[in-house]
Design a protein around this ligand. Sequence first.
Ligand code: NOJ
Length: 544
Amino acid sequence: MARHIAIEGYKWWRSGVIYQIYPRSFADSSGDGIGDLRGITQRLDVLVDLGVDALWLSPFYTSPQKDAGYDVADYCDVDPLFGTLADFDELMKTAHLKNLRVMIDLVPNHTSDQHRWFQDALNSKPGSKEREYYHFKNGLGDNGELPPNNWLSMFGGPAWTRCEDGQWFLHLFDSSQPDLNWENPLVRSEFEAILRFWLDRGVDGFRVDQPHAMAKAAGLPDHPYVDEAGAGFIEGREAPPMWFQDSVHEIFRDWRKILESYPGQRAMCGEAYVLPLSLMALWVRPDEFHQTFNFRFLDAGWNEAAITSAIDESFEAFDSVGAPSTWVLNNHDVMRHVSRFGGNYGRATASDGIGINDPQPDNETGLAIAKGATLFMLGLPGASYLYQGEELGLPDHTTLEDEYRQDPTFLRTNGKRLGRDGSRVPLPWEKGNQSNGFSETGASWLPQPSSYKALSRDQQLNVADSTLEFYKAALRLRNELKLGEGSFDWVNQGELLSYKNGETLIIHNFSDIPKRLPAGRLLLASAELFEGLLPAHASCYLKV
Ligand code: NOJ
């Protein structure tokens, strides 16, 4: 049973609440149906009012948008869809004036095929220094007509595409996202310059995309158990040659030194999908990432046994190297927790999405569980990540028509896997036009489901029992009680799961029936108590 002792010395990234902005779906100031940087700047007060400490912006860089911006064609410029560098500077300035820190997304595993480096490589000969930026290889078979190895793309299909002169290039994601060759010192120095470019502009840190894929085993050998694991890995088995190779760590040590050479507390969060967490601990040693996402917690589903062991494993692993644990229930790659918990969808379904022909989630029960889960999560010491729109209790768009889908997963699997568009739908701000205030024109790159109208922010603001006011109250309390910087001790394991953080007792009712609470003063509950009983799926904070 894990315990956690509060760590001395405040550092924002150890305890902050970091709010993920998915720029294309946050707020559209230009009316073209795609969110933009000005839209974010104009709405920053809302995030101050919500009570978060920092923002993480998903990519806004120059990009053909084949994977919603995770295909970068220029790391040091803003895509015209989202605005200009001047708009970015304005956003930074305004956020800092409002005491909001800003982390940006860095995508170092792959570029867009439209990036100058890749275009130069295509226009150069096999064996040239330009090709050394990427993984170009000759194929197998008599005429090189077979891919160089058996690796698969995370988005479906092979991880290799052949170019005109017969060589193949590697892409662990879409064929428009060629993987960079991190053995090449030039790639390393290019990225060091990119880090400095944004640090000089004042960013407080980076969320680093797919860091566990950056280093590949020498010679790119076959995936030893591809038939069982597909493009991925199986926890407890040997690391396949494209995932969490040891040589990756020195890259992050170099980056950490760069961050620490800047004033203020700059931080890096790795989107490292590394399990078990005891292995992940290696990624957050004091001279590497400041923190990594806790996918063990996100993937656990919402059941007592899995959540208990995810929390135990997290504190054991991260405390062993003095790093904060992070906690997260939502992001742009999985179904929103309202729908996920409303249908008990496992991880695979959650990132593949569901559609009109699938059994639909019960979003009412889902919302009750989601609010309980969020309150329980926000009591845990460490940094917590929220994803835009969860404060409105938004469900996924689970009946999105296929004609709107843009996720490359959908396109690469001929619709077999629907993908992640359902969690990326533009936010409803003010009930009214077709996109409920997302843009003045009503345009939006994905249509909202009809349920979003009543969930619009203006419909919830100052409404006592709304999800929005509940999130605000929870963040206010977390801040007042310094729960993010606090301690952790289990009090009760079982259906009424509870832990103590300082003088606060945090309880979740995993049973199907209302439960009597222990003594203490009620500070906040995710659902109204009835005759002193905590309803099923609800959480509460008690002062003890
Ligand atoms: C993880 C990002 O969160 C996801 O959206 C993206 O598709 C992949 N990395 C590839 O960059």
